[in-house]
Design a protein around this ligand. Sequence first.
Ligand code: WT7
Length: 650
Amino acid sequence: MSEVHVHRVQPAWKKNALIDNDTYLKWYADSVKNPDKFWGKHGKRIDWFKPYSKVKNTSFDGKVSIKWFEDGETNVSWNCIDRHLKKRGDQTAIIWEGDNPYDDRKITYNELYAHVCRLANVMKKHGVKKGDRVTIYMPMIPEAAYAMLACTRIGAIHSVVFGGFSPDALAGRIDDCKSTFVITADEGVRGGKPIPLKENTDKAIEIAAKAGTKVEKVVVVRRTGGKTGWVAGRDVWYHDEVATVKAECKPEKMKAEDPLFILYTSGSTGKPKGVLHTTAGYLVYVSMTHQHVFDYHDGDIYWCTADVGWVTGHSYIVYGPLANGATTLMFEGVPNYPSHSRFWEVVDKHKVNIFYTAPTALRALMGAGDAHVAKTSRKSLRVLGTVGEPINPEAWEWYFNVVGSGKVPIVDTWWQTETGGILITPLPGATHLKAGSATRPFFGVKPQLVDGDGKVLEGVASGNLCIADSWPGQMRTVYGDHERFVQTYFSTYKGKYFTGDGCRRDADGYYWITGRVDDVINVSGHRMGTAEVESALVSHEKVSEAAVVGYPHDIKGQGIYCYVTLMAGEKPSEELRKELVAHVRKDIGAIATPDKIQFAPGLPKTRSGKIMRRILRKIAEDDFSALGDTSTLADPAVVDDLVANRQNKR
Ligand code: WT7
């Protein structure tokens, strides 16, 4: 690995950093040697109604049971708001930067308290109780954070659904957790274009009703004033409702392991899983990682560009930063509107110190040229971060040299919806950086590389990434399906959490994530099950069979490549191709838009009928020189047709 350029910790990064390398090594050793002692101490970073006496009670064997701080009692919104009021009631909690650069708002902790209490009271007034599921389908506006925090205040479990998902996808998520209360907005706005959230909600509610879940109440935030349908008795305006209730609401005393939220995520099989996170361990872990990974100091302005519809938005826009009393910026817009300078203009406008984004955005901005960056100052920046997918060294070096002017450390943070918070990452004042490596484990995290037979590999090695023991932020179960939880994460390698990622460890003990080893693809940092896209395709009346794979894409990381076999008598055409693309978008949402559709008279199958995806991946990559052994195929001739009609010819 001698050719890798190491960016050593600069004196300026170390100067006021919370953790230097010696501290990292000591804390890490302590954390894995005695997790009870380590987390017993750090659990005190949040406030408790009733202190815990037990710390860790976890097992990755058998039925799998994960409990942290189990006899303690606390409340998430109380930790994110109330405890800060004395010291920082007038400090800005949320900076909202609208899609339109002339639109912004600042919400202080005092104001946040009042907004959250009012909405919590509205929910109570309509009968929402502890343990009920509330669906949040919102644009990136402060009310989305109020809604999440209001749920936690009364012990309701929120399920935030990304605003880019279709009515069908929203309906599936409403029905899966039997959620009868929805919070949405009339419309969202991104890049100057409206997004019909209420209209989608209305459609979703009809679909969910047919599946057996009847939504009773819809609270609608007026964002644009655009026209929407209205169901009297069911739909109420947010602004009307909050005016009828008090601005005070006592936080519910929650047990440490009471559910906090459900977040649906794609896997290699079946429909999306409801990842369940619980109260105390999650909050301890996200606040701890937010502080140390970003070297967060009191007074810093912190901006994570994710959407609250994804776990990054949950953990590192809302819960981690607010638990730490930070000022967190919520951005409604997109990186290229009104121009490709938008991110850096916002950094200058609000004097952002810590900036956290996705490699796909960086690659797109890099392609637009350095001039868009150079015209801004960015001198407030102290830490840069990335998340969501592997970052290619070119994009990393561009981020470092052009955005950070060679002076700002980059934390490449590896984690997952399931992990709740960051697991593998540099710490700015402690870790020498290598472009493209997530570097070393966070405190309490024990990564292992395992080969196909389950053998643990030591030293320099490549294998499947597992985590050997529990950390407080870990998901506890799949909502309503614990068996699926055990099957998905703990059955491949007994006694270990299997991440689904491939990974390499170098001579310095640094981890390099190489991407998913299952049938999950990562499109612009969004996780997509190929099975979901396949099932959308085969639900079209003209499609008899479909197989979907990822292929390398310059901007998106991976693109979506679909092989489609038509029903007898149907003819391939450009028109049908467009129809299929539209069909998938309608079924799942724009994030699942197929990039390539290849009409295939047959798919490569083994004699037992299993589709050989390895071959399909190679053809999609235009790398059919290395197709490997095709002699086990039922009909080797199909491969010739697939190669001849491939859509990614160089
Ligand atoms: C998958 C998880 C974690 C929040 C956003 C995505 C990939 C994530 C990195 C990184 C390489 C990464 C992995 C992982 N991934 N971060 N820094 N380097 N790969 O959450 O939707 O649950 O996806 O994203 O493949 O398994 P998610």
